[in-house]
Design a protein around this ligand. Structure first.
Ligand SMILES: *Cc1c(COP(=O)(O)O)cnc(C)c1O
Length: 396
């Protein structure tokens, strides 16, 4: 039974100000004809500057940015791409869209991101790339991952969908791979409603992206190519992965506010740390040295050996009209993958992911959260914890 006397606390959601409204209004009013690309250009420049990256390609979603990455890298049938077990399915699904095979690697128990050892163990002669995920704003050991990828000649795609504004040793998330991708979905820290970003320092990959996201056109140089009009000449089959001006305008306003939005996320995380410090059974993940986590969603591990798992916590909070998220199910356990050979192998091999998944969850961290909301969430967790600790474990 949901206690609807209390307003719902949403897990994630944006902060929208007069700036976003002004830019979007300008875009819908004026950005047609010769000005159609105005906000795209400003967005690309703002993202390039914020991240310290050379090239930026806005896309309709984060999923399509990963799909574009697969196309740009020339990945296709017969190829394997390594993906961590614990992530949103959008990290893995594009591997199948291009006809390649996802191979699932295990995660590190400390931060739930890709384990470098497991990555190394999964590489075969067919491996072409690894999608590395900055889960919930955290990051894995990029130094080792890069070293393994370089030695084995595979590309690194950094899925930084959940990590806009995180950094490691002063370098921003999204810049650790050959290609970085972001999602600008409404649940993410920086949003355009629906949207995504493909970023890279490599000119060759950037140029491929411009062609492959535009039905194989090459709109560089003059309009006329030999005897053809380039606008209507397709050099190859591509896809159509673009963003509208209204989305670009919204995204620009958000990127201009990125520091403020990240500060807000970090504040919410800090409040939870204070509230949960004395409460047994929950361990909130914090930063390792060198990392600045933009804390898209605070991540919590539940103590083992109690009558408590993520579903119990979720139900309890849902009854109080509070929306939390479970740590992801291992991808190899889900219907699209569980009956494939690589799924079977992963179910046996990826022990950490299977051990962690039932005992992890994310606390709500929408960008309108107040300290009172954090106190309300923490009070429910505290009550549940007391109940569990004081109930003797049933003996058989
Ligand atoms: C949100 C997300 C995506 C996909 O982004 P969309 O914009 O929803 O397509 C991909 N990977 C991760 C890790 C995500 O969280």
């Amino acid at each position: 039974m949901v206690d609807s006397n209390q307003p719902r606390i949403h897990c994630a959601g944006p902060s929208i100000t007069e700036r976003e409204i002004a830019y979007v209004t300008d875009a819908v009013t004026n950005c047609w004809y010769s000005d159609a690309g105005k906000y795209h250009q400003r967005l690309e420049a703002a993202v390039a500057e914020y991240l310290g990256v050379q090239h930026v390609v806005p896309t309709p979603t984060g999923t399509s940015a990963i799909h574009l990455a697969m196309m740009v890298l020339g990945i296709g049938p017969g190829d394997e791409v390594i993906v961590p077990e614990l992530t949103w399915i959008g990290s893995a699904a594009p591997v199948s869209y291009v006809g390649a095979r996802s191979v699932f690697a295990d995660v590190d128990p400390d931060h739930w991101c890709l384990s470098a050892e497991s990555l190394e163990a999964k590489i075969t002669s067919r491996t072409r790339a690894v999608v590395v995920v900055d889960l919930y704003g955290d990051m894995p050991d990029y130094k080792r991952i890069r070293e393994i990828a370089d030695r084995c000649g595979i590309a690194v795609v950094e899925d930084a969908a959940q990590a806009f504004g995180s950094s490691w040793q002063g370098r921003k998330a999204g810049t650790f791979g050959d290609i970085g991708i972001f999602s600008l979905h409404g649940s993410k820290t920086v949003t355009s409603g629906e949207g995504g970003l493909f970023v890279t320092d490599r000119l060759d990959l950037y140029e491929r992206a411009l062609t492959l996201r535009d039905h194989g056109r090459r709109l560089d140089g003059t309009r006329f190519y030999e005897d053809f009009d380039r606008y209507y000449y397709h050099f190859e089959l591509g896809n159509k992965f673009k963003m509208s001006s209204m989305q670009a305008a919204l995204a620009l306003a958000q990127v201009e506010r990125a520091e403020e939005l990240v500060t807000c996320k970090r504040q919410i995380h800090e409040w939870y740390c204070q509230e949960l410090a004395e409460i047994p059974l929950y361990q909130i993940h914090t930063e390792r040295e060198g990392l600045i986590n933009s804390y898209w969603l605070p991540a919590v591990s539940i103590e083992r050996g109690r009558q408590l798992d993520k579903l119990r916590v979720m139900r309890e909070l849902e009854d109080c009209n509070i929306d939390i998220r479970p740590l992801y199910y291992p991808l190899s356990s889900l219907p699209p993958y569980c009956d494939t050979p690589s799924g079977h192998e992963a179910q046996q091999a990826n022990r950490v992911a299977y051990d962690e998944s039932p005992y992890g969850f994310n606390l709500p961290s929408n960008l309108r959260m107040t300290r009172e909301d954090v106190v309300r969430v923490s009070a429910v967790l505290s009550r549940l914890s007391e109940e569990i600790v004081s109930t003797p474990t049933p003996t058989r």
